[in-house]
Structures are given as structure tokens and as C-alpha cells.
Design a binder for this molecule. Sequence first.
Ligand code: NDP
Ligand code: 2IT
Length: 452
Amino acid sequence: MSPTTPGTDLDALVEDVESRNPGEPEFHQAVRDVLRPLGPVLEAHPEYARARILERLVEPERQIIFRVPWVDDDGDVHVQRAMRVGFNSALGPYKGGTRFHPAVTLGTIKFLGFEQVFKNALTGLAIGGGKGGADFDPKGRSDDEVMRFCQSLMTELYRHIGPDQDVPAGDAGVAAREIGFLFGQYKRITGTYGAGALTGKGTGWGGAEVRTEATGYGLVYFVREMLSARYEDLEGRTVVVSGAGNVSIFAIEQAQRLGANVIGCSDSSGAIHDPAGIDLELLKTVKLDERGSLADYAERRGGDVALKEDATPWDIPCEIALPCATQNELDAKDAKKLVKHGVKVVAEGANMPCTDDAIAVFQGADEVAYAPGKASNAGGVAVSAFEMEQNASRHGWSFEQSDERLQATMKQIHETCRRTAAEHDHEGDYVAGANIAGFLRVADAMLAQGVV
Ligand code: NDP
Ligand code: 2IT
């Protein structure tokens, strides 16, 4: 790849990434998405090409892969594969979640880690990008089994993390219970109360207020800014969310608080349409307390509410669609249905939930504003960074203080995306704004720090 012809370099770089990272389609997709609007930026800044900033950005600084053996309640031994990818530390220690899901591969963790670099840059905070996970399926496992798995995983991971090195948190399949077990083992092995080595801890023992709610709340605060840019608000809007986990549930909560009517959601068993508005207390009981399925919600909710098995919620007409479950869960067919039914705003709570073709459909529809996850779901990692700040200063903030700062952060990310898009001839394009703004912040730091 020649640094003097950056326009054509991007295609060559994507090809290079594909051939050097075979079998990792999600990683290739994430790289393509970020690179797409960067051609003119590189033309204007030959110093980035000279310093091979892009070639360095697509290569993780380090990747750690290890075996995690554990014993189930029947005494049977299982072997899982875990990994932690330190993608980029130009802006701060590696920071990003940990995913437990049977489908996790190195390619999954690399796509998430790559996205995290630009997301974290957009927050304006001092956090680099990283991600971790394991092909462990927590579904149906007892608390003891989850604890033994977490302890075994941390018995290797502990040597690679720390407040100034790498700071894991939750992601799909990892929340307060898992972070508690992981932290307990970290404390035991290191013999220190290194609170700043993990975020998402319980609020009674080093965790930050609002971290649990932050991704979902932040997503809705971002949507509020998108609507406000069109002189509109959430009051009376119909909203459909996919998923029924951490991000979805707190997005539903905040959307309802701001006056919206949330009429649909989903989980791995199917989707529900609840025209009267989702009963949030019942949803929390079923999904968070009992770790049950939406079939239980539908049964207890009664009336006409039924689970549509193996379905997505995208055929429910709505004005605001919030995909909050998993990657590539919303395709072009779903996008066309949403547009046909009059959707106005699509904002990603999950990481990369819309396929490239779906994004093209939204961006081709004049009435639709579409926000990529690296901007609209950055509230979770932002509050994780607040948690690191509180752990370092040994000073705790109130719920109201944290929530106010989260709102200010989402507003700032929204402004950054819009301003950057406008400055680069992409008026109103949140994808270009987020990718260019994230890239510029990381690239400038890398340039300043030399060839490392
Ligand atoms: P959870 O595990 O808490 O919830 C995920 C939800 O999505 C569950 O309800 C799950 O169903 C459902 N789901 C998973 N896969 C599918 C599928 N293929 N089809 C339909 N439903 C599915 O995860 P989170 O809410 O924490 O994370 C969701 C997304 O948000 C992920 O992309 C994650 O990377 C992203 N994210 C998370 C952040 C966080 O702070 N947690 C921060 C930023 C982004 P079931 O309940 O049946 O398992
Ligand atoms: O995708 C994400 O931003 C997260 N899972 C949250 C990461 C974090 O460090 O809080």
C-alpha cells in the first residue's frame, strides 16, 4: 500500500485486512464502516498516511487467548476459550466490555474492540479501546457454575489487567453478578483492593451510580438530541426496541420517562407486540430477576400480548427503532419495512446491529435519521470512565451527578458528530461524523506519540 495515494489505499487496506484476518467477517465489516468516509480526510492530512496510522489502527496492539477449564454442578469438566484484545492505547488504558456467549470468536472480539477505539475517542475521555470475552454460555447455569467459570477466567486474566493497563467491564452475558465474581478473584489473587481494574462493580463496593442504566439511558438521551435537532421530542412517540437485556430494559425505562410509548421488544426466543405499552416492572422481574424468557412475560401480561417465536420486532410500525440485542440483527428487508411504516429515528444500542445494506436503506430515506452505535451507545463506557475516576479519587458521586454528566456527555457526542459531519461535507450524516471525529482524535494522539 502506497502512502502517497490514500484514496486508493483504503480499498487496498480493506483487502489486506481481509487476507490477514481470514474468517472474521464482522471485523472486516467494522473496518469497512470506519474507513468508508476517511478518503478525503487522508487527502487533507498526508502526515497520517506517512505515519501509517491506518495500518497501525487495524492491527490490535496485543491479543491474549487462553484456556478456561471449569467444573459444572454435576462434576463434569468443560473447557472454554477466552480472549482479551488490547486494540489501541493512544488515549488511555484499554477499556471495553467482556462478552460471554457461545458464538464468541476472536473475530467477534476484534470487531467489538475496533469499534470501541472510536467510541471511546468520541466520549472525549481518557480511555483507549479493548474488548474481551469467552465462548461460555451462561444460560441455564447456576450461580455457582458462573462463579467457578469467572474465577477460572480471572486466574489467567488478572496478570493482563489493571487501572493503568486494561479495564474490563460487562457486555452481553456479563453484568453485575459476573463482575462481582471476577472482581472477587482479582482481589484474592493480587492481594489488593484494585477497584479501578474492573468497572460495573456493585454501587456498595466501588461501582458507579448509573453504570447499570447508562447504556440504555444514554441511548435515549442521544435520541432526544437527534429529535431536538429536528425541533421534535419524545413525548407521545411510538418506540420499538430489540432485545430485553441490560441495554434494552434501561432504554425502555428512560424512553417511558420522557413520555414515549414503547410497544415492542424481543429476546432470543422471539418478539412481542404490546400496544398498550410495555409493563416495565413485569419485564424486569421476568428478564433480570428470574432470567426467564419473553414467553413468561406474554403469559403473565395476558390480553392479546403473545410471543411471536423466532421473530424480530421490526414489523411493528413505530416512529423510533432502537436495535439493542446483537450484531447484524436488522437487515435491509427489516429496514425497508421500518421505512415503509414511517420510522423517523433509528439509533443503535447494540454494537453494529444494522447490516451495511440496512444502513444504506436508512441513509437513502430522506425522513430517517440514523445513528451508529459507536455514538449512540457510548453512555455505558462513559460512565465506566466515571467509575475509574471515582475509584482513583476514592470519591463517590450521587446518582443525580452521574446522570447529569451522562446527559452532558451524550449531548457533546451528538454535537461532535453533527459538527464534524458538516465540516466534512456530510451534513446530517451521523456515521461519517462519528467515524471521522473518532478517527481524528486517535490519529492525532498516535502521531504525537511516535511510531509505537
Ligand atoms: P444482554 O445479554 O443483557 O442482553 C442481550 C439481549 O439481546 C437479551 O435479551 C438476548 O436474549 C437478546 N439477544 C441476543 N442475541 C439475540 C438474537 N440473535 N436475536 C434476538 N435477541 C437476541 O446484553 P446487553 O444488553 O448488555 O448488550 C446488548 C448489546 O449492546 C450488545 O451488542 C452489546 O455489545 C451492546 N452494548 C452493551 C453495553 C453494556 O453496557 N452492557 C454497552 C454498549 C453496547 P435473551 O434474553 O433470550 O438471552
Ligand atoms: O460496548 C461497550 O461499550 C460496552 N460493553 C461497555 C464497555 C465498558 O467498558 O463499560
